[in-house]
Design a binder for this molecule. Structure first.
Ligand SMILES: *[C@@H]1O[C@H](CO)[C@@H](O)[C@H](O)[C@H]1NC(C)=O
Ligand SMILES: *[C@@H]1O[C@H](CO)[C@@H](O)[C@H](O)[C@H]1NC(C)=O
Ligand SMILES: *[C@@H]1O[C@H](CO)[C@@H](O)[C@H](O)[C@H]1NC(C)=O
Ligand SMILES: *[C@@H]1O[C@H](CO)[C@@H](O)[C@H](O)[C@H]1NC(C)=O
Ligand SMILES: *[C@@H]1O[C@H](CO)[C@@H](O)[C@H](O)[C@H]1NC(C)=O
Ligand SMILES: *[C@@H]1O[C@H](CO)[C@@H](O)[C@H](O)[C@H]1NC(C)=O
Ligand SMILES: *[C@@H]1O[C@H](CO)[C@@H](O)[C@H](O)[C@H]1NC(C)=O
Ligand SMILES: *[C@@H]1O[C@H](CO)[C@@H](O)[C@H](O)[C@H]1NC(C)=O
Ligand SMILES: *[C@@H]1O[C@H](CO)[C@@H](O)[C@H](O)[C@H]1NC(C)=O
Ligand SMILES: *[C@@H]1O[C@H](CO)[C@@H](O)[C@H](O)[C@H]1NC(C)=O
Ligand SMILES: *[C@@H]1O[C@H](CO)[C@@H](O)[C@H](O)[C@H]1NC(C)=O
Ligand SMILES: *[C@@H]1O[C@H](CO)[C@@H](O)[C@H](O)[C@H]1NC(C)=O
Length: 408
């Protein structure tokens, strides 16, 4: 025993310093390390960069998400007065927390920018669909949900596991942001066992409508923008409507039930969406809360900005919605917890219909219903079996959506 330790130490000493110029640890033996694993051998040098187009584009979606969060948190603090926040039950300590979240986003944006290197995009201008503090909090709660779920969807598919490990450490912070915004809404903090992952195209579809203009040098996102899906009778989770006040946890704010009839309207493919490239855009400095050069709020119908005085030239937008589905939508696909569950879609016209909120539990004999919290729903032409590691197989069947469904 003592001899083994001695030999181990001897080997360490003898083999150090090593001649591998890249990794000083490369020739160290690794005691107490079972065989197997990835990146655990003595020749792997961590490389915190995208290793494929898939990695690059996934990180690009991630960075665009970090930028909107950075802008959004600061924008909300600048748009609303301390009194507005207090009327919604949010104190100066709560505002400081939101400010701190903006600072966290600077760190996240820096991290991903470093991984993307020179071609990394810079910040954009945004248009937000809120006019009150409860609406701001609700929008932010939903936006951080698809930020989080979008990253979970691709994390384990990245070629660069080194990049994935850094991203894990930022997305867990984002999860806490989402959690805090649920509490600011007085919603049950976490009414589920699992957080669902969604594909990059799902995340990008949800994010793109709010990005108004970006510097022309920003790389184009290659993932799909699906036609917009709107929930016509979405549950009203605004704290001014539910009567819920900010709380660590609440028990009386159940917004939906299994079997609820949910009504939809959706767009045809081909509409412009996302940002307009701007040549010689000034670099925006958001280092202080209160700085929000360029972003604004307008009315939306789900995706399109509806203000009559809104003069954006749609033709200049860089993206168009598309669908690869083979026919009209036949099912609502509900993505929540570990499962994608389908319920039949009943058409009421070519672009409207309804479906029931699923009545199932994740595992049998539990009370934990599949659709709860902030979930996702898309309309599809076919009921394809999807599990957590292949959610992107749903993409080619999407007719419209996803939309965020505020189940609880
Ligand atoms: C590095 O790992 C290889 C394969 O596991 C092993 O054969 C080799 O002895 C190790 N090198 C050192 C210095 O431990
Ligand atoms: C680790 O995983 C990556 C990506 O899947 C793969 O390319 C690489 O060969 C794996 N490395 C080892 C040592 O198994
Ligand atoms: C809550 O606020 C929203 C938007 O500001 C408004 O549409 C809604 O009617 C309000 N609800 C109540 C119960 O006042
Ligand atoms: C939930 O409970 C709070 C405090 O007990 C109360 O003020 C609020 O009205 C309740 N909300 C609903 C929807 O019952
Ligand atoms: C969501 O979870 C909460 C807390 O467990 C529960 O009270 C509520 O009934 C659930 N809602 C649905 C739609 O299952
Ligand atoms: C949900 O399923 C359970 C168990 O099968 C059943 O008892 C219940 O009536 C169903 N609820 C609805 C709204 O369909
Ligand atoms: C939103 O408005 C745009 C432009 O008027 C329209 O093309 C689209 O169908 C509308 N979407 C929904 C879901 O109503
Ligand atoms: C950004 O704004 C802050 C506060 O106004 C200022 O201190 C900082 O120097 C500015 N940074 C740049 C790069 O302009
Ligand atoms: C954002 O808006 C500001 C103020 O209108 C403008 O100076 C800037 O160029 C815009 N940036 C982009 C990328 O559109
Ligand atoms: C509905 O779809 C059918 C089949 O694609 C088409 O023939 C019809 O014109 C559409 N109706 C409307 C009102 O768009
Ligand atoms: C939900 O997903 C889990 C894990 O893949 C699976 O075991 C379970 O059967 C699924 N439940 C339903 C209702 O599909
Ligand atoms: C499910 O809920 C019922 C009614 O509240 C309760 O009696 C039962 O113990 C719960 N089952 C589990 C597995 O928690």
């Amino acid at each position: 025993m003592i001899l083994t330790i001695f030999l181990t130490l001897l080997t360490l000493v003898v083999s150090y310093p090593v001649d591998n110029p890249n990794d000083p640890y490369a020739d160290l033996i690794q005691p107490y390390t079972p065989s197997g694993g990835n990146g655990t051998d003595n020749s792997t040098v961590p490389d915190y960069r995208p290793l494929s187009d898939f990695d690059y584009q996934s990180l690009l979606v991630g960075l665009n998400q970090e930028y909107i969060e950075l802008d959004l948190f600061n924008y909300g603090l600048a748009k609303f007065s301390a009194e507005d926040f207090e009327d919604a039950g949010l104190t100066s300590a709560d505002r400081d927390l939101i400010h701190f979240m903006a600072i966290q986003e600077e760190g996240h944006a820096q991290l991903i920018s470093n991984m993307l290197g020179e071609s990394s995009p810079t910040r954009c201008n945004y248009t937000y669909p809120f006019e009150t503090v409860p609406e701001f909090v609700s929008f932010t709660q939903q936006l951080t949900r698809y930020g989080e779920s979008g990253v979970y969807g691709f994390l384990s598919h990245l070629d660069s596991r080194a990049a994935a490990s850094l991203l894990t450490e930022s997305i867990t912070t984002e999860a806490r942001q989402q959690f805090a915004f649920r509490q600011f809404q007085g919603l049950s903090a976490m009414p589920y066992d699992f957080i669902v992952g969604i594909s990059q195209s799902f995340q990008w579809t949800l994010l793109a409508p709010y990005i108004t203009s970006c510097p022309a040098r920003n790389p184009k996102i290659e993932f799909e923008n699906f036609p917009a899906l709107k929930i016509l009778n979405g549950p009203d989770a605004l704290s001014n409507s539910t009567g819920a006040r900010p709380a660590i946890s609440t028990v009386n704010n159940t917004l939906t039930k299994p079997g609820r009839r949910v009504e939809f309207a959706w767009e045809e493919p081909g509409l412009p969406v996302g940002w307009k490239p701007v040549k010689d855009a000034v670099n925006i400095n958001y280092t202080n809360a209160g700085e929000f050069n360029g972003s604004t709020t307008k009315h939306f119908n789900g995706t399109s900005i509806l203000d009559s005085d809104y003069d954006d030239d749609e033709a200049e937008k860089l993206y168009r919605t598309t669908s690869l589905a083979k026919g009209p939508p036949r099912f609502a696909a509900w993505l929540s917890q570990l499962n994608t569950t389908y319920t039949e879609l009943h058409l009421t016209s070519n672009n409207t219909g309804w479906a029931l909120q699923p009545n199932a539990t994740v595992f049998p004999n539990t009370n934990n219903t599949i659709v709860n919290g902030t979930a996702f729903v898309a309309l599809v032409d076919e009921k394809v079996p999807i599990t957590a590691f292949n959610v992107s197989k749903l993409n080619e069947h999407v007719v419209a959506g996803p939309a965020v469904y505020q189940a609880g």
